[in-house]
Structure formats: structure tokens, C-alpha cells
Design a protein around this ligand. Structure first.
Ligand SMILES: Nc1ncnc2c1ncn2[C@@H]1O[C@H](COP(=O)(O)OP(=O)(O)OP(=O)(O)O)[C@@H](O)[C@H]1O
Length: 311
């Protein structure tokens, strides 16, 4: 299977010695939407810039469409679209002028009206950039990234600043691009965005990928939770389960990878002993829990291979 993007043991150290990317490997299949998640400062932008060919890696290799995106930038650049966190267009230009200017630097650019139509900016052509809302600026950034009909599209936080409707419109557009064969690598802080949009995702922490896979695989790698309170006089020690049961005051929390079996055992025990489980709550793990679990890690341990779910 051809990979549109491949990174192997990628490293990036900034002047001053700070290592922002520390041995990162990932591959994105053609026609796939891949989301890179992580806390602030995890190294997402530093990684994406290496893949876009904007900087040379300190170590490791990057391949985009089979080429080195930095050394072979002239070959790779016309085939990729890049939407940075800040478009940085001159604020006195109008929307139409900006798109025309960008189209002038793009080989085989699609018509400006088509790109603006795709992002819902039709009718805003004469508005100056400084008069656009934050969400409209993000959409203009996206229109410019789409101008060259890119085979690989890099989107750095594409929906930051968009309202719920704008976000959903962008998701629709990204899905439509994927369905036409475009490969999309995006970074996001919105877990819902990654969960609903991405075919696969990776969670970064401190310059490394800690967990990766499909949204379902990443979620399934986390334990489910059962929570309840025992009545006075029934100590947690009487629970029948060979489980890691943690007491927090009168609340019990059990984390398990066998939710159905353990919940059945708990309910059978409660019925047989006439014990009422107050506030009983059982739920599968969510991407948010996986993310928060990783974000709370303070140690610098390397990625645990057991946690990486690969296809
Ligand atoms: N030019 C630079 N020089 C030195 N350190 C930098 C530079 N750019 C980024 N960093 C540091 O590298 C680390 C990773 O930053 P990066 O912007 O890649 O993270 P991120 O995951 O994209 O964060 P965010 O979600 O906040 O955008 C941060 O600690 C940041 O301060």
C-alpha cells in the first residue's frame, strides 16, 4: 500500500537545544484523513512543518508522495496544500485579491470562484481581510490551500475560531476531498473533530506519539469505568471482584477491560447480597479519557509499543 506521508524516527531540535520532536514515526495512507492530537506544546506544529518541508529535520526521515519534502521541495510543493495556523495575508487586500495573488503562485490553480465556493465565501469577494471574522479568515486560508488541487493537504487547526456550523461545514468539505482521493493530515485540539473526522489518529505528548490507531482502537485501548457507592457498613473489601477497585471516600471506581463480565459479576453479587449500588454508572472509555490520561503523564517515558494500535 502506498503511503502518502511517511515519517521515520523524526527529530527536531530548535536552536538553544530544545528537542520538540523526539523520534516520531507515522505513516498516512493515500486517501486517508489522519489527525494529530496533543496538548499545547506537544510538538504537532513542529512535526507538520517538517512534513511540509518548511524545515529540515535534525534526525530521521520524512517522505511525502515518495519524496523528501525539504530537499525535494520543488517536486513536492506543487502537489501539496498547506493551511498554516496563521495565513498571514496582507490585511488590506480583499478576499478576491488574496485568492488571485495566491493563485498566481500556484501551478494549475483552480478558479478562484470555485475555491471560495467550496469554503462558503461566495459573495465576500470584495471584503478586506481585516474586516473578516476569525472564522472567515480560517476559511480563506483553507480556500488558498485548496487552490492547487493538492494530493496531500496539511491543515493546522483548521476549525479553530469557527462556530459549530462552520466547523461542520469544514468537516463536510474535508470528507468530500478525502472521497475524491485527497490525503489529509490535520492537527486539532477538538477531540470530537478527530473522533468524527479522522480515519486514524495519533496522540502526541512531549515530542512523541504515545497512542495511535483508528478512533475506535484508541478508545478501546483505554479501560472502561464502573462507579458506584456502597451502603454504610459494606466495606469495599467485600466486593467479589478480582479487580483494581479504588475507594474515593464512599465512592468506588473500577477500571476494567472486561466491562460486560465485570459488570455482570458486580450486579449478581449485589443482588445475591441485597446490596444497593448507589449512583451506579458504567461507561466505555472515550477518546477524551485517553487524551486526558496521556496529558496527565509527567514522566518522560518513551512510547509504550503495547499502546500503539497499528493496522
Ligand atoms: N522556534 C522555536 N524555538 C524554540 N522552541 C520552539 C520553537 N517553536 C516551538 N518551540 C517549542 O517546541 C515545543 C513544541 O511546539 P509546537 O508548536 O510544535 O507544539 P504544538 O503541539 O503544535 O502546540 P500547540 O497545540 O500549542 O499549537 C513547544 O515547547 C514550543 O515552545
Amino acid at each position: 500500500m502506498t503511503h502518502a506521508i511517511e515519517a521515520t524516527d523524526l527529530r527536531r531540535t530548535y536552536a538553544g537545544g530544545f528537542e520538540a520532536v523526539r523520534g516520531l514515526s507515522l505513516s498516512v495512507t493515500r486517501g486517508e484523513i489522519f489527525a494529530l492530537l496533543g496538548t499545547n506544546g506537544a510538538g504537532k506544529t513542529s512535526t507538520v512543518e517538517l512534513l511540509e518541508g518548511l524545515a529540515a529535520p535534525t534526525g530521521g526521515t520524512a517522505r511525502v508522495l515518495g519524496h523528501d519534502p525539504y530537499r525535494e521541495r520543488a517536486v513536492v510543493r506543487p502537489r501539496i496544500g498547506v493551511m498554516l495556523q496563521e495565513g498571514g495575508f496582507p490585511s488590506d487586500l480583499t478576499v478576491a485579491e488574496t485568492v488571485r495573488m495566491w493563485a498566481g503562485c500556484t501551478s494549475g490553480a483552480r478558479p478562484a470562484a470555485e475555491a471560495l465556493g467550496a469554503v462558503g465565501l461566495t459573495g465576500r469577494e470584495k471584503v478586506r481581510i481585516k474586516q473578516l471574522s476569525g472564522g472567515e479568515r480560517r476559511r480563506l486560508d483553507l480556500a488558498c490551500a485548496l487552490l492547487g488541487r493538492p494530493e496531500v493537504l496539511f491543515l493546522d487547526e483548521p476549525t479553530t475560531g469557527l462556530d459549530a456550523e462552520g466547523r461542520r461545514d469544514t468537516w463536510e468539505l474535508v470528507r468530500a476531498l478525502r472521497d475524491q482521493g485527497t490525503t489529509v493530515l490535520l492537527t486539532t485540539h477538538y477531540l470530537e473533530e478527530a473522533e468524527t473526522l479522522a480515519d486514524r489518529l495519533a496522540i502526541m505528548h512531549r515530542g512523541r506519539i504515545v497512542l495511535s490507531g483508528t478512533p475506535a482502537e484508541v478508545t478501546a485501548a483505554q479501560p472502561a469505568r464502573i462507579r458506584f457507592a456502597l451502603p454504610d457498613g459494606v466495606p469495599a473489601a467485600r466486593l467479589p471482584l478480582a479487580l483494581r477497585a479504588a475507594e474515593d471516600g464512599d465512592r468506588i471506581e473500577i477500571r476494567t477491560h472486561a466491562l460486560q463480565d465485570d459488570l455482570t459479576a458486580l450486579l449478581d453479587w449485589a443482588r445475591d447480597h441485597g446490596v444497593r449500588l448507589d449512583g451506579l454508572d458504567a461507561r466505555s472509555a472515550s477518546l477524551e479519557e485517553a487524551f486526558l490520561d496521556i496529558a496527565s503523564r509527567t514522566e518522560d517515558a518513551p512510547a509504550d509499543p503495547k499502546e500503539t494500535v497499528t493496522r
